[in-house]
Design a protein around this ligand. Structure first.
Ligand SMILES: [Zn+2]
Length: 163
């Protein structure tokens, strides 16, 4: 089958981001919720990200390290608590920058040899959408992507505005 290239003027404005171009990142609990509320703005990963839009999906798996933290982390966890939703897409963010971990920037956050992703412009989904998720970075199927946009008009508006 050939690719559809017809774009008649009467057609609805195509979304600026299509499902195949979207990227989802499955993040362990509670880190995903901490990202959703903007208290965690980095990721340490084995792979390079794609710059730009990134949806945060919360894993069903809990990072045990996170429950043994200090007072600061306890406060952050309390703030993020209402947004913890296992197996849901919970936030939209942007990957602003990344580099191979080294030196002062990454500190103890990202071990040497991994990639340090810098996230910004994070917004929570007002209506999180269920998804099983996958390890690491993945591409949503069209049904999931469409459901996110349909149930979260603010997200659709952000994508349409491109910022
Ligand atoms: Zn760094």
């Amino acid at each position: 089958m050939g690719r559809q290239t017809d774009q008649s003027a009467s057609a609805a404005t195509p979304p600026p981001l299509r499902a195949a171009e979207a990227r989802m990142l499955t993040v362990d609990d509670p880190w995903a919720a901490l990202e959703a509320v903007g208290l965690k703005t980095h990721e340490g990963r084995d792979t390079k990200p794609r710059l730009g839009w990134l949806f945060i999906h919360q894993s069903s798996r809990r990072a045990l390290r996170a429950v043994m933290g200090d007072r600061l982390l306890a406060d952050a966890l309390a703030a993020a608590e209402p947004y913890r939703r296992p197996r849901h897409v919970i936030a939209l963010t942007r990957v602003l920058d990344f580099h191979e971990a080294a030196g002062a920037c990454c500190g103890v956050l990202v071990p040497r040899g991994r990639y340090h992703w810098h996230l910004g412009a994070i917004s929570k989904l007002s209506d999180p959408v269920f998804a099983i998720g996958k390890q690491g970075l993945w591409i949503p199927d069209k049904d999931l992507f469409d459901a996110i946009l349909a149930r979260n008009p603010d997200v659709a508006a952000r994508l349409a505005a491109g910022a």
